[in-house]
Design a protein around this ligand. Sequence first.
Ligand code: AMP
Length: 284
Amino acid sequence: MTTILRHPKEVREFSAALKRQGKTLALVPTMGFLHDGHVSLMREAKKRADSVATTIFVNPTQFGPNEDLSVYPRDFEGDVKKCESAGVDVVYAPAPDDVYGHGFQTYVKVEQVSQGLCGDKRPGHFRGVATIVTKLFALFRTDIALFGEKDFQQLQVIKRLNLDLDLGVDVIGMPTIREADGLAMSSRNKYLSPEERIKALTIFRAMNEAKHSVANGQLRANILIPQAVATLEQAGFKVDYVEIRDSTELQALTVVVPNVTARIFVAAYMGKTRLIDNLEISAG
Ligand code: AMP
């Protein structure tokens, strides 16, 4: 049975009761409209802790003024069913006013790792992410928290804030879950028309082309990136960025050197829908 909590006070009581019983907690923060990517995090959480909490909260501070906050897809009842069948013990779904109360003015800003990629394209986004995740870590006093590599820069931001603020949470990154044809699962895929959905697969194809080029000895970012951009544009994407960076500090790489874990990062618009994805393309 999954219990639904609406108020921070209830979460504090839940967390305190767990601690009293000496039980461990794993947290899976989400914005809802859950799919198998989210469920994979919950199932892993279940293996790693005595109790699992999922949060469903479309966090206003991580959306820019021209972004899709008000139309972000929601299906609370369906989400709770998925949580229940994944064995989630608690769903926390607060009202925005209970998260950002009157006079709220404290934000968490992670400096370097938040820059570039989505940090540049979505100003303020990672400040919103870092703030809500810090608040959730503090509220739940969780032992473990799981996040998807689908949002790879976000994962690095969270690992960094967890270290820098001595929060002591075991932050775990999990592989991207994809549709059968390779499209990364995302709540935003719902916005795609059937034709756009077919074309959207090109992100995975472009990233794999880069991976194969690297395997065949083409290591130069100034060749690999334009190749990927061309593939995406041919399919009708408007490219926001394609970059190749190392997997820990997220520094831009001009050459995919052996012994450095390299990733290609893509953000591109299919119609009005902005999709992101990334893939490891390390040499040798
Ligand atoms: P969101 O609801 O989009 O904020 O995502 C909540 C969590 O699920 C984040 O940690 C995401 O990285 C993760 N996630 C989203 N899509 C996927 C996916 N396709 N595979 C694995 N994890 C995912």
